[in-house]
Design a protein around this ligand. Structure first.
Ligand SMILES: Cc1ncc(COP(=O)(O)O)c(C=O)c1O
Length: 394
């Protein structure tokens, strides 16, 4: 007999833990995990230290410190023209992951259908399953991550509650276009379905492209749930400060879950987050430029190694097409890369409900110091020789 609840039994250990363990074992350069290896900006650290010294150290209000809710409202208005009431339409959470979880648990009844794009950020599926929802999948098809809208439209029906969208997208780096978002919006309106947009990479966008707020499309404001967080934008993934911007009924639903999961996030970090959002205007542009340079560094390294990287438009990930390299699947490739070449990447099969669909891909993160990306590129060159050997062994 197992003490474990049925609802978690099918959830394995995440692939991140396994690849990090392997990377440490082989002293590999870890381009697997998606967190920056460089310093959090000084102004953000100073704001947090200051908040602690000012004794902002007790529970925050459960829906978040008012200053942060106001700062999120001001940011949404300034960047996207989205007007949100800080008291009724914004909830501060413990990172975007809790925001996603609380929102899904607050909205989805057993038997409700939730449409998920794949590859997906790995918390989406467990959240839907734990709510008793039924996942339905649409795919972003490589190499340019197109959506088959005939297929997507057939997934919508009277049981559909929610569609999950992630733009800029992890792991593909896709930025949803206005045309794509308009087609999704039309389906949501026709079937009266809510859209949850995970936009944690909203400020990591390249080549002059822009993030398009779904709620600004006709009739979408009452149906859109914007979720984002501080971690990626401010290189502070360990802070776990996130938010939901949505109509009052949705915020109330997410709040009811959130108050009993965490009650509130860390008060001094919420205060620092507010200061960051209030003062960050020029910062966002610099962030995009920095990551565009890093993208080029890793793109060049992967190309020089004889690989086929798929150029991302946003986020800090590059997907590589490994389907013609002779490996049985992405896990075999990533294990080989980590142990023999000394560079760790993530096998994306973990981001598909049918792992075989990700078997021809590998994900590399470029949120690393330039010298780390250069060192990784130097190691990756060995791959050309190594792959030939592997194929001849197989
Ligand atoms: C698409 C996506 N959403 C959400 C998150 C998690 O955000 P947070 O750290 O704020 O919980 C990540 C982190 O990797 C992500 O890639």
């Amino acid at each position: 007999m197992s003490y474990q609840a049925d609802r978690i039994r099918s959830l394995g250990t995440s692939i991140f833990a396994e690849m990090t363990h392997l990377a440490n074992q082989h002293q590999a350069i870890n381009l697997g995990q998606g967190f920056p290896d460089f310093a959090t900006p000084d102004f953000l650290k100073a704001a947090a230290i200051n908040a602690i010294q000012q004794d902002i150290n007790q529970y925050a209000p459960s829906n978040g410190r008012p200053r942060l809710r106001q700062a999120v409202a001001a940011k949404m208005a300034h960047h996207y023209g989205v007007q949100a009431d800080p008291d009724r339409e914004i909830l501060i959470t413990h990172g975007a992951t809790e925001a996603i979880f609380a929102t899904i648990l607050g909205l989805v009844n057993p038997g409700d259908e939730v449409i998920i794009g794949e590859p997906f950020y790995d918390s989406y599926l467990p959240a839907v399953q734990m709510a008793g929802g039924i996942p339905r999948f649409y795919q972003l098809h490589s190499p340019d991550w197109q959506i088959d809208f005939d297929h997507l439209s057939r997934l919508f029906n009277t049981n559909t509650k929610l569609i999950l969208i992630n733009t800029p997208h992890n792991p593909t780096g896709k930025l949803f276009t206005l045309e794509e978002l308009s087609q999704i919006a039309a389906l949501c309106v026709r079937h009266n379905v809510l859209a949850l947009v995970d936009e944690v990479y909203e400020h990591i966008i390249f080549d002059g492209h822009a993030h398009i707020p779904l709620s600004q499309l006709p009739e979408m404001r009452p149906r859109t749930i914007h979720i984002s967080s501080l971690g990626k934008t401010f290189s502070a993934t360990g802070w776990k400060v996130g938010w939901v911007v949505a109509p009052p009924e949705v915020i109330q639903a997410a709040f009811r879950t959130h108050q009993f999961m965490t009650f509130c996030g860390a008060a001094p970090l919420q205060e620092a987050a507010a200061i960051a959002l209030e003062t960050a205007d020029g910062y966002y542009q610099e962030l995009g430029q920095m990551y565009q340079r890093k993208r080029e560094l890793l793109m060049d390294g992967l190309t020089a190694a004889g690989l086929r990287p798929l150029r991302p438009q946003g986020s800090y990930f590059i997907m590589v097409d490994i389907s013609d390299l002779g490996f049985t699947d992405d896990v075999a490739f990533c294990r080989y890369l980590t142990s023999e070449i000394g560079v760790a990447a993530i096998p994306p099969s973990a981001f598909y409900h049918n792992p075989q669909d990700g078997a021809g891909l590998a994900r590399f993160a470029f949120c690393k110091r330039d010298e780390v990306l250069v060192a990784a590129a130097e190691r990756l060159v060995q791959l050309k020789k190594g792959i030939v050997q592997t194929i001849s062994i197989i």
